[in-house]
Design a binder for this molecule. Structure first.
Ligand SMILES: [Zn+2]
Length: 222
């Protein structure tokens, strides 16, 4: 297939995806831990502003990798998506593209009363964090609010970073503007333990808080 064809399919898949559908599947996944249904919203957020582009060797990392999207020149769609359980990797463009392409054929349910309660509890917990809060506190604030392990809570919070819901001053969210692979990987906080988190949420502190406008854009219906 190759880089250029994966990118063409990724751009096309994002264009055909309905934001309200993937956001509804995400909310509808919360109380039942429906991870395949939960994945697509994050993929859509990351791919929404992906520019159509030809392979462009990274200027900062291996030249076998594209500096824009991180794919190699001989990239293929990530078929882990078809064989759940798979590891969610929204910023892997080959993963995100396959995720959106297969989304219409995956089972999902409309948000239930319980799902919407989970969403409200998550947002309330995030809004209640003090200015001094760091990433560990951020992750722990969601314990017991919806069925999840630490890894699943981190992915949810990383998705909130891409979506601009967790506000990170001076580090743009994918939802507003595509972040190139080189740019995202170059931006690392000085604290080593924060680097296990994806960009931009790895820079989040309680002072950034929650962006109410972004919450309304994604979840206004609930
Ligand atoms: Zn590329």
């Amino acid at each position: 297939m190759g880089h250029d064809e994966v990118i063409r399919q990724a751009v096309d898949a994002a264009r055909r995806t309905n934001h309200a559908d993937v956001a509804a599947a995400w909310v509808g996944s919360l109380s039942k831990r429906d991870l395949p249904a939960r994945s697509a919203w994050g993929s859509y957020v990351v791919l929404k502003n992906l520019p159509a582009h030809a392979f462009s060797p990274s200027a900062h990392y291996s030249a076998t990798q594209c500096g824009v999207c991180g794919l190699t020149e001989d990239a293929e769609l990530d078929d882990r998506v078809a064989t759940y359980p798979y590891q969610v990797r929204h910023t892997g463009i080959a993963y995100a593209a396959a995720d959106l392409i297969t989304f219409p054929d995956r089972a999902r349910t409309d948000p239930s009363h319980d799902d919407i309660e989970c969403l409200h509890a998550i947002l309330a917990a995030l809004r209640a964090l003090p200015d001094s809060a760091q990433l560990t506190e951020l992750q722990k604030s969601l314990i017991r609010l919806f069925p999840s392990n630490k890894f699943q809570r981190m992915i949810l919070l990383e998705t909130f970073g891409y979506a601009g819901i967790l506000r990170v001053p001076d580090h743009q969210a994918h939802w507003r503007e595509f972040v190139t692979n080189d740019d995202a990987n170059k931006r690392q906080p000085p604290e080593f333990f924060k680097r296990e988190w994806e960009y931009p949420v790895r820079f989040w502190t309680g002072a950034g808080g929650v962006d109410d406008q972004a919450v309304a854009e994604h979840f206004g219906g609930w």
